[in-house]
Design a protein around this ligand. Structure first.
Ligand SMILES: [Zn+2]
Length: 221
């Protein structure tokens, strides 16, 4: 098996973390924050200036990220909020309603109305006139009510369509507030955090007396 050297550091880190059973200094849940344009810094990935910051809940880690990388799902995924899910459900419901109403529109389509007239049995013409008249009256009333409901279904569909397009637009423009980093990126953030902590401790140690053997003070003859 070939060794993937780019991952060696990560593998040791994982092993270290699992052996130590250390609670990570921050969870993989980042909040989106915007700073002023003048405080923009370079994106973690592409170095383009950006005023978008992802920061952990406990403020232990943060970095700048441009909008296009924020939308890159291989980098981070938005955490769906209740607000977002409610909106999604609303869109689903409206789509179902529209399908139902469109079915009704088909069922009440004008070409279906007159069928009874054309298929009427001519042999029955000699039947009681009154009965025939009643039947025709009834049919024309049915046609009228069908025509009415056809129109009302059509206007209902227009109403739903309008509502649906508004909600769909809202869904598309929804701004997520929380993100999960992909696991490799998150681990890299943890590693970087460890490294910073180590460097800080080290430089503090260097500054304390006695870390380096003191230079000989006596004269060498
Ligand atoms: Zn970027």
């Amino acid at each position: 098996m070939e060794l993937d050297y780019s991952n060696v550091g990560l593998k040791y880190f994982n092993l270290y973390m699992s052996k130590q059973q250390i609670q990570p200094p921050f969870q993989n849940k980042y909040k989106l924050r915007l700073v002023s344009q003048s405080d923009s810094k370079s994106c973690l990935i592409c170095y383009k200036p950006t005023n978008v910051v992802l920061i952990t809940e406990n403020n232990a880690d943060f970095f700048f990220i441009c909008n296009s990388h924020l939308l890159d799902e291989s980098f981070a995924k938005p955490i769906e909020s209740k607000e977002y899910n409610d909106l999604k459900n609303e869109v689903d419901n409206l789509e179902k309603q529209l399908t139902e109403v469109n079915k009704k529109i088909e069922e009440t389509k004008p070409y279906l109305w007159g069928i009874n007239y054309w298929s009427k049995d001519k042999k029955k013409n000699d039947k009681d006139d009154k009965e025939k008249e009643n039947k025709e009256n009834k049919e024309s009333k049915e046609d009228k009510s069908k025509a009415n409901s056809h129109e009302s279904y059509k206007s209902k569909a227009t109403e739903i369509e309008k509502n649906l397009s508004t909600k769909k637009e809202e869904l598309q423009n929804h701004k997520f507030k929380h993100y999960n980093l992909n696991s490799t990126t998150y681990k890299n953030r943890l590693m970087l955090n460890q490294k910073k902590k180590y460097n800080k401790e080290r430089s503090e140690k260097i500054q304390t007396d006695g870390f380096f053997p003191s230079a000989p003070t006596h004269n060498i003859n």
